[in-house]
Ligand binder design. Structure first.
Ligand code: F6R
Length: 364
């Protein structure tokens, strides 16, 4: 049932404040600022390395998870696309564990990667949305996302719930490994507790985003740029746009611009920049200047402070609420989902059932 919404995707985008609250409540105690003693098959204090593997949007959630686990828990993470992981014959080191991410829990390549790790004898955990799925059953333990059924082929609420779990695991792992103090952890839990409200604020930008999307529906190619945890989000923005609007889009780490993609920039090429005002904001601004100098059209997704620190011609801005740096990728997922959604609606594509795609990819 779509309720008042035109598409399941729109409904699922709007459900995010609620399902993220539910998901976080499994792991965090907002009253005390602590982490709940949830069951985990992975002993974060003891392992030297974590292997993460998944496909598509779930893989991109894992990539953000890697940034967080390495930064806050000093835990080295290897991450692969599951279709590569399963065949590349990598050595599994001792004292390691594996974590798989899947909305459906049935993705063939992810399941094959899981079995590869199981064969190697290491503990297996999965972040899954469907609790009675094959991946859930074959894992030693699961971290369930409480997103509820996701019907739209383009993943939205499952993605932000996966990110919420990765953020919680980074805090848990940081405490277990002694890289975070109780105070650090409490501050991070506080940031996460603000996420549902910040997403509600971001949803208020929908009509502004819709106006920008109408113009985007007239172009052939789009580039997304971001740094740090906004880099995987740039990849996710491009994936979402191409899936449902069929516009060719690519995501790049902003610092890679001058190593190739800058050659594409001209007045026909919109560049969507994901840049909350944070410690590396200035670096991204200099990449934007390079785009502007070549006549590129910039759509900057930032906050008030970020907007006031940029003065460029030919720029449109989407002004987000100020978001704590740690949780920024969860909140900044909203404008990229809405931008893809409204672009597809403007183009008249089948948003919930885009051509050539299946919700659950059970063959390789
Ligand atoms: C993108 C999308 C796909 C899935 C991928 C993995 O919007 O939905 O890229 O993320 O097929 O699916 P799951 O998470 O079910 O393993």
């Amino acid at each position: 049932d779509k309720g008042n919404h035109r598409h399941f995707m729109e409904k699922e985008i709007h459900e995010q404040p609620e399902v993220i609250s539910h998901t976080l409540a499994n792991y965090l105690d907002f009253a005390t600022g602590g982490v709940k003693l949830f069951e985990t098959p992975i002993d974060f204090a003891k392992i030297d390395r974590l292997y993460i593997s998944a496909c598509g949007t779930a893989y991109l959630a894992g990539l953000i998870g890697k940034y967080w686990l390495e930064r806050y828990a000093r835990l080295p993470v290897d991450i692969d696309i599951a279709s590569e992981f399963r065949y590349r014959e990598l050595p599994i080191v001792p004292n390691s564990a594996a974590l798989f991410v899947s909305q459906s829990g049935e993705t063939a390549d992810t399941l094959a990667s899981l079995r590869y790790c199981k064969n190697a004898g290491i503990p297996i955990a999965a972040i899954v949305n469907v609790r009675d799925s094959t991946i859930a059953r074959e894992s030693n333990g699961i971290f369930p996302t409480l997103a509820g059924p996701e019907i739209g082929v383009a993943s939205t609420k499952a993605f932000t719930c996966q990110l919420s779990i990765f953020a919680s695991l980074a805090i848990r792992a940081g405490l277990d490994r002694g890289t975070l103090t109780r105070e650090d952890a409490a501050a991070m839990v506080r940031s996460l507790s603000e996420v549902p409200g910040l997403i509600r604020d971001a949803l208020k930008l929908e009509s502004r985003i819709e106006a920008i999307a109408r113009k985007l529906s007239e172009v052939r190619h789009v580039l997304y740029l971001g740094r740090d945890t906004n880099y995987p989000l740039a990849l996710e923005g491009a994936l979402k746009l191409k899936e449902i609007s069929y516009i060719h889009a690519e995501g790049y780490a902003a610092g890679e611009l001058k190593h190739g993609p800058i050659a594409l920039i001209d007045k026909h090429m919109p560049v969507i920049v994901l840049a909350p005002s944070d410690r590396i904001f200035e670096k991204t601004v200099s990449n934007m200047q390079e785009v502007a100098a070549r006549g590129g059209r910039i759509i900057l997704i930032t906050d008030e402070e970020g907007a006031s620190r940029t003065s460029l011609d030919n720029i449109e801005t989407i002004i987000m609420p100020k978001v704590p740096e740690f949780v920024a990728p969860i909140v900044y997922a909203l404008p990229i989902q809405l931008l893809a959604y409204h672009t597809a609606v403007a183009m008249g594509t089948d948003v919930d059932q885009p051509r050539n795609l299946a919700k659950s990819v059970t063959v390789e």
